[in-house]
Design a protein around this ligand. Structure first.
Ligand code: HEC
Ligand code: HEC
Length: 381
């Protein structure tokens, strides 16, 4: 009995050991195969995404996307100027003046609202419809010209492979939807977090000059309150809420007071244009302060040529426009936010503040080859 017991005892575990070992091996093989399948699916997906970014970069810089081959996204959003154009207000395909100063394109994922004064735009895919289709002014002129514009893209052999790789398996991949999708994939890859200030935050205390360090103190001070509006690591997220606790993003900073009636110039009245709420008159989105070294002139209408001019507005608690059709005392605009109350700085402090602001600029965004125009010659030839 004993031996039998032992025998049995020994026999059963052995059997179990063998089968479970085999079972584990089979299980491992299955897992491994699953892993390979999953991995290759993920890497295929990643590859497709990469291909869409590549395609998007070509399309972003392709002037054939405009009705008369004069404008690409990159014409107004030029990498050399951190994806702005250096104009006060940008120029559309027929050289008509746009309502606004071009906004830079980087860290777009960190912006809750896109453009300066439209609380309905959250994603590049939505926003892009404006430049493509707008008619006041025509920016790219897609309206009524989709067919001929798509034909220009379809006819270029370069795009045959690019679209095939980016949208595999689609019979007709050259569609507006895919164009918009690919361009937005590209613009979302543009990131800028390598300024001297970022290096400073990462522990390199020597990258900020003494001036810039003093400017930083001023910027974050109770007295100046800059960071209350220009907050967060993108300097575009305010810490100001309404009574319901929602963060506010749009403010009137007292730039105008046309005819002393608290109006902004009628061609651009900020968020009011969209909401028609009187208190939104002259309210604009808080812009990022990254890359100011490349993005002048400043403000929604490019009305400040230099950072010194911008700071003067804050010092005075608004802007006094002495002459011209928009004259009026912006300091007394009733919609101006109470934080724009004014303060005084001596000339050294002004320099310090400018120096700090300039240390938020990241030259990698203008030199990164991944963001550069891929066309080596005239793409419209
Ligand atoms: C004619 C010049 C022009 C062209 C062409 C143009 N844009 Fe713009 N873009 C602007 C201006 C001006 C603004 C700011 C609009 C505003 O604040 O209301 C802007 C804003 C944007 C924004 C919002 C940025 C932010 O900070 O909120 C995105 C995204 C954008 N453009 C992408 C594109 C893409 C993609 C294309 C090509 C399909 C394009 N733009 C073509 C002038 C242009
Ligand atoms: C009440 C919120 C608020 C405060 C406080 C504030 N800003 Fe602004 N800032 C804004 C808004 C809104 C704009 C856009 C105004 C416009 O274009 O009409 C802006 C624009 C700017 C610009 C122009 C950026 C560009 O790309 O055009 C700079 C620079 C700037 N602010 C720096 C500062 C500094 C420095 C301080 C502190 C002295 C400060 N801001 C305080 C809300 C604020």
């Amino acid at each position: 009995m004993r031996s039998l017991y032992f025998c049995n005892h020994q026999y059963t575990p052995m059997f179990i050991k063998k089968t479970s070992a085999a079972f584990i091996i089979v299980l491992l093989i299955v897992c491994l195969q699953l892993l390979i399948v999953c991995n290759s699916a993920t890497s295929r997906k990643n590859q497709t995404t990469d291909n869409q970014v590549t395609l998007g970069r070509y399309l972003f810089f392709d002037r054939r996307l405009s009705v008369n081959n004069t404008r690409s996204c990159g014409t107004c959003h030029n990498p050399e100027f951190a994806f702005t154009d250096g104009y006060k207000r940008s120029l559309g395909a027929y050289a008509d003046l746009h309502q606004r100063n071009t906004q830079p394109l980087f860290n777009l994922l960190h912006l809750k609202y896109l453009t300066s004064a439209d609380s309905s735009l959250h994603f590049a895919e939505q926003q892009m419809i404006n430049p493509l289709y707008s008619q006041h002014p025509v920016e790219m002129g897609m309206t009524g010209n989709e067919k001929s514009i798509l034909r220009k893209i379809r006819d270029d052999t370069l795009y045959k492979t690019l679209f095939q790789k980016a949208f595999p398996g689609q019979q007709e991949a050259v569609t507006i939807e895919n164009i918009v999708g690919a361009i937005s994939r590209f613009v979302y890859t543009i990131r800028s977090f390598q300024s001297p200030y970022d290096a400073y935050l990462n522990g390199d205390s020597n990258v900020l000059s003494t001036e810039a360090k003093r400017g930083m103190q001023l910027f974050f001070s109770e007295r100046l309150q800059c960071s209350r509006c220009h907050g967060g690591f993108n300097f575009s997220t305010p810490s100001i809420t309404n009574l319901q606790g929602d963060t506010l993003f749009f403010f009137n900073t007292g730039l105008y007071n046309v005819k002393d009636s608290s109006q902004y110039p009628d061609y651009d009245q900020g968020l009011y244009q969209y909401t028609k709420q009187p208190f939104d008159m002259g309210a604009f989105r808080v812009p990022t302060l990254r890359n100011l070294a490349f993005t002048g002139p400043y403000f929604h209408d490019g009305s400040a040529a230099t950072l010194e001019e911008v700071i003067a507005v804050y010092e005075h608690g608004g802007r006094f426009v002495a002459k011209g059709i928009y004259k009026g005392d912006g300091r007394k605009n009733i919609n101006k936010h109470p934080l724009i109350a004014g303060f005084s700085l001596n000339s050294q402090q002004r320099k310090d503040l400018v120096s700090f602001l300039l240390h938020l600029s990241d030259s990698s965004v203008i030199t990164n080859p991944a963001y550069a125009n891929p066309f080596k010659e005239d793409e419209t030839r």
